[in-house]
Design a protein around this ligand. Structure first.
Ligand code: ADP
Ligand code: ADP
Ligand code: MG
Length: 461
């Protein structure tokens, strides 16, 4: 069955991205929105819009009953969850299917197995994929936590089984800290994710974040190569690249095939990402988690492979077989994505909602700006601060960085402070130029290098 009409159960730039893919396929679009989002770009672009509740996410975008009711009333035959919100909620996927519609993503069971970070670790082990040394499952209590920490050695990470978006992770350096942090972390996870389950992992110092884009139709499983996402702040990605430029060819092959093995293990359907930590020096890699949805940074993969991953999601969800085999997928050139947030990088990244008074977007071959913005739009204060993503593609990493700096200079968002100056300084930084960074690099660079660099770039500008 092909999909005739879709409900977009998300907001912001990803809702816009999903609508564009649906339109390209001739699919009717129905956009949900909270009372605070009646003016958002996705509402303007969609064929129809439905108010599903008050601004608070729990009462709107996370309200399963409200979303299902909107989908039924609009007469759609499918629901696209985007990323965040209900996208990795297996019960939501089941509820959509129980209501007789297509959930554009994997089965509820696959989401529960892979989206739960503890269950996914066990699945990875079964599939022969190396994992970070740590606890075998959820840690029952403080006694068990002490035992595991003693085995793997400090520092260790306390991670929420249901965490995501960089939230629900703490580093502890000693038994005393563990005893203090464990109950706090568990209570916080329960409040934030509705699940207080915790597990322990050894801290891998100086690692890179490398992840593989997977795709399946339940029978066939492929990868679309990998991404390098080490530039992070508070464990959230800030800047992403494809390919992971420092990976030797044999390592790339092993990493990508291990991700495909995992997809096969669960008969995966749709788009997903397998995340790893990779140690440059030893060549070791460790599985960390699977995201059973489209990711924020999927455009860098689209730029180097030439495929539209969101359109492919629609086709596979509609019952078609994957339109490609592994041999059809090749990567050319280099792509970089900068996440543009409504945050002030000169004031500790304070969120900065407000009205966009003027917007000027760079254009050209190999330049893409995926955004929720338009002139006159007022950013509401209730949601995350991602405004858009600037993505640039060029033949080599070096030319890509040059093109990125030019595109960032041409991107003018007036009315609110954004992270554009941060990205411009990164694009011109010598260490970034050499690709010499790891997951802890950006936070150190923000303290030691950014103030001076930003001063200089401001003078130049
Ligand atoms: P990606 O790997 O796609 O960059 P992130 O982990 O940065 O994914 O999350 C994408 C979006 O989803 C962000 O807006 C993030 O805040 C949100 N998100 C992801 N998982 C969760 C979760 N468990 N709870 C709340 N928000 C989440
Ligand atoms: P989330 O679900 O919030 O995305 P992840 O488990 O993917 O959480 O971890 C987010 C980031 O935290 C990683 O990209 C990495 O930078 C860091 N991280 C996670 N686990 C470890 C670890 N064991 N050692 C060192 N860094 C880690
Ligand atoms: Mg992650």
């Amino acid at each position: 069955m092909t999909i005739g009409a879709v409900l977009v159960a998300n907001r912001g730039e990803i809702a816009v991205r999903v609508i564009k893919a649906a339109k390209a396929l001739g699919i009717r679009t129905v956009q949900v929105h909270s009372a605070a989002d009646a003016d958002m770009l996705a509402v303007r672009l969609a064929d129809e819009a439905v108010n599903i509740g008050p601004p608070a996410p729990k009462k709107s975008y996370l309200n399963i009953e409200a979303v299902i009711a909107a989908a039924k009333a609009a007469g759609v035959d499918a629901v696209h969850p985007g990323y965040g919100f209900l996208s990795e909620n297996g019960d939501f996927a089941d509820a959509v299917r129980d209501a007789g519609m297509i959930f554009i993503g994997p089965s509820g069971d696959a989401i529960r197995t892979l989206g739960d970070k503890v269950a996914a670790r066990q699945m990875a082990k079964r599939a022969g994929v190396p994992t970070v040394p740590g606890s075998d499952g959820r840690v029952a209590g403080l006694d068990a936590a002490r035992l595991f920490a003693g085995e793997i050695g400090f520092p260790v990470m306390l991670k929420a089984a249901a965490g995501g978006g960089g939230r629900g992770i703490r580093i502890v350096d000693s038994i005393a800290q563990l005893e203090q942090q464990f109950p706090l972390a568990s209570a916080e996870a329960l409040a934030a994710f509705g699940d207080g389950g915790l597990y322990l992992e050894k801290v891998i110092a100086r690692a890179r974040h490398v992840e593989v884009q997977i795709f399946g139709d339940g029978q066939n499983f492929v990868h679309f190569f990998e991404r390098e996402c080490s530039l992070q702040r508070r464990r959230q990605k800030v800047w992403e690249e494809a390919p992971a430029f420092m990976l030797p060819a044999d390592m790339r092959e092993r990493l990508c095939m291990s991700a495909v093995a995992l997809a096969r293990e669960v008969g995966y359907r749709g788009a997903g990402t397998v995340e790893y930590l990779y140690d440059d020096e030893t060549g070791d890699f460790y599985f960390i988690e699977v995201n059973t949805r489209i990711q924020v940074e999927h455009p860098v993969t689209e730029m180097i492979t030439g495929f539209d991953l969101v359109q492919e999601m629609f086709k596979v969800a509609g019952g078609a077989a994957l339109s490609v085999t592994q041999r059809d997928i090749a990567a050319t050139g280099h792509a970089i994505e900068c996440r543009i947030n409504a945050e002030d990088p000169f004031k500790a990244f304070q969120p900065s909602p407000g009205t966009i008074t003027s917007l000027s977007v760079p254009e050209g071959e190999g330049i893409r700006f995926d955004t929720m913005l338009y002139e006159g739009y007022t950013i509401p204060p209730f949601y995350d601060s991602l405004l858009g993503k600037l993505i640039v593609h060029a033949e080599t990493r070096e030319t890509c960085l040059e093109k990125l700096a030019a595109a960032l200079t041409a991107l003018a968002i007036e009315g609110v402070p954004t992270t554009v100056p941060l990205h411009l300084a990164l694009a011109r930084d010598a260490s970034v130029g050499k690709g010499a960074f790891h997951t802890r690099f950006l936070e150190q660079w923000l303290v030691h290098d950014f103030p001076a660099l930003a001063g200089r770039t401001q003078e130049v500008a």
